[in-house]
Design a protein around this ligand. Structure first.
Ligand code: ATP
Ligand code: MG
Length: 336
């Protein structure tokens, strides 16, 4: 499979109350184009940090070392070399967006320099910004391409759909804006696209939903809107960071099914971040297990579930198996 992105030696340190918090420690992994890839681990293991690093949304105060190299062949243009992500909204501020911006500069290696470019904070609540990394090719049949472009290459869905949408903009405006900004459509074309997207994410009455404000929607409906906004520009990569964790079990299953369908229909690569190994097994083809900022195990879903190598993975499985063994095994089989 062709690599979509290649992460090497990624180290992220946050500053908190004058001390350094190591969130990721020399993480290396590749994500293939078109695959469904899950990142799992307990709270604080560095999952969101990895997702934010990929999307160039780490806080300015973070120190980042290593590289993230992209292979976005379909967009053609050759990019200037760029390095690790620098542009970020405040944590948790933005709910769904498409990423892309001029490359940012950051030193490689341990103790990389601090992020230098500030986010356009407060600009919009629902999307934008990022500068992503590109370094020398390490391992890929493809040549490295440009950095993710103009907001259309990465869509991001966060956990909290309430925080992810702008409360004073209609749903239609929020989705249409992504299409208008990143696809160069006219406003009327963008609204038409927004309506079609609301249908695709299966909101019951897309016309009414276009004119609705976020507070008029349920949590599950808001998350559907956030997903619609995230995919509006046709991203290559969809990142869902605990996108279903705030929802009840039934809605969670519906959203997982929706993500699976949209990813398949659009040929997107999926990065699914979850603390729930069963959910990850249901959706992903490969699973990366994180603990204390380290990648402790990486394998196919079937391998991780059937024969985990690391004690921590076994503990995660045991914790789940104690509750509900059968579905997890079935799901892992069904995920292929
Ligand atoms: N903005 C920040 N400033 C300081 N420390 C941070 C920041 N964001 C995360 N951390 C710390 O970095 C570590 C990794 O956090 P991260 O949010 O990546 O974990 P996570 O696996 O996503 O956890 P959760 O499952 O709770 O979402 C934790 O120790 C966390 O407290
Ligand atoms: Mg997280």
């Amino acid at each position: 499979m062709t690599a979509l992105l290649s992460i090497r030696d990624l180290t992220v340190t946050y500053r908190r109350d004058g001390s350094q918090v190591a969130a990721l420690n020399h993480v290396s992994l590749d994500v293939s184009a078109g695959e469904r890839f899950a990142i799992i681990g307990e709270s604080g293991s560095g999952k969101s940090t990895l997702a934010l690093a990929i999307a160039a949304l780490l806080p300015r105060s973070s120190k980042v070392g290593g590289s993230i190299e992209w292979f976005l062949l379909s967009f053609g243009a050759k990019a200037p070399p760029s390095v690790l992500p620098d542009i970020s909204p405040s944590r948790g501020e933005i709910g769904s967006f498409a990423v892309g911006s001029p490359p940012a500069t950051l030193e490689n290696g341990e103790g990389g320099v601090e992020s230098a470019i500030s986010p356009l904070e407060g600009e919009m609540s629902g999307r934008t910004e990022g500068g992503l990394t590109e370094r020398k090719p390490l391992k890929s049949a493809a040549k490295p391409s440009h950095t993710p472009l103009g907001g259309r290459d990465i869509g991001f869905v966060f956990q909290d759909p309430s925080a992810s949408l702008d409360p004073v903009m209609t749903v239609g405006e929020q989705i249409a804006e992504v299409a208008h900004t990143h696809l160069g459509l006219t406003w009327s074309q963008s609204y038409a696209k927004a309506k079609a997207l609301l249908g695709r994410v299966r909101l019951p009455d897309p016309d009414a939903a276009l004119r609705a404000y976020p507070h008029q929607l349920s949590g599950g409906q808001k998350q559907r809107v956030a997903i619609a906004a995230a995919i509006a520009a046709g991203p290559k990569l969809l990142i869902a960071d605990e996108a279903t964790s705030a929802l009840d079990t039934i809605v969670q299953a519906e959203i997982v099914a929706l993500i699976r369908q949209l990813v398949a229909e659009d040929g997107m690569t999926l990065l699914f971040v979850s603390h729930d190994i069963a959910l990850a097994a249901e959706l992903a083809e490969r699973i990366a297990v994180f603990r204390h900022g380290e990648l402790v195990e990486l394998g196919t879903t079937a391998q991780i579930v059937a024969s985990p190598r690391h004690a921590y993975t076994r503990a995660l499985l045991n914790a789940h198996l104690g509750l509900d063994a059968e579905p997890l095994l079935q799901q892992s089989g069904a995920s292929r």
